[in-house]
Design a protein around this ligand. Structure first.
Ligand code: HEM
Length: 158
């Protein structure tokens, strides 16, 4: 390595040392700067349908924890309303897996998707009735039915 280059490198390392910036510290800073960008590039954005589904998922979890609590009846009814709103918001959306389909397979997929959301909505209506009348065991049964429905449609459509 030419003399002048060696001098320059020594000079920079000396300065870094004086600033207490070790090579491992430099590496850490670089990693912390680059990593979030790489993650943002690698992570796929949720589709609008997935955003509604995640909303349904959160509400459903809360509902499951309080379904047997008669004191939370009004809150539970509001949660079911929120789920129904998310179901309606999801209806006109095209889920991510459908983006690569065309023609008849797209039609079949979207018909199945609409059917799943209809069945979910019908169960939510029954759930509202069960919660309103304070029928805990019917409410719990309906939560189980909805969980099964979710599994069936997810394995078909996701
Ligand atoms: C209470 C019942 C349900 C819950 C809690 C639920 C929850 C979820 C969650 C958390 C996701 C993942 C979102 C993501 O991270 O990408 C998802 C995706 C999906 N769900 Fe559901 N789901 C339910 C019922 C249903 C039903 C009945 C259908 C049938 C129409 C359905 C169709 C889909 C589809 C197509 C996706 C993929 C969306 C996309 O990636 O664009 N889900 N669901």
């Amino acid at each position: 390595m030419p003399y002048i280059q060696r001098i320059a490198i020594n000079h920079v390392s000396l300065k870094l040392k004086r600033m207490k910036i070790t090579p491992s510290f430099l590496f850490l800073i670089t990693a912390l700067t680059i990593l979030p960008t790489m993650t943002a590039i690698g992570a796929e954005k949720d589709s609008p349908a997935a955003i509604q589904m995640k909303q349904i998922g959160k509400s459903f979890k809360t509902l499951s924890t309080q379904i047997s609590d008669p004191a939370k009846k009004d809150s539970s009814l509001q949660i079911v309303d929120a789920i129904q709103n998310a179901v309606n918001a999801a209806r006109p959306l095209i889920p991510a897996p459908a983006a690569k389909l065309q023609g008849d397979s797209l039609k079949t997929y979207m018909r199945e998707y609409a059917k799943g959301l209809d069945e979910l909505d019908a169960n939510l209506q029954d759930l509202k009735k069960a919660i309103s009348s304070g029928d805990t065991s019917a409410s719990q049964g309906l939560l189980e039915t909805i969980t099964k429905l979710k599994k069936t449609y997810h394995s078909d459509l996701r």
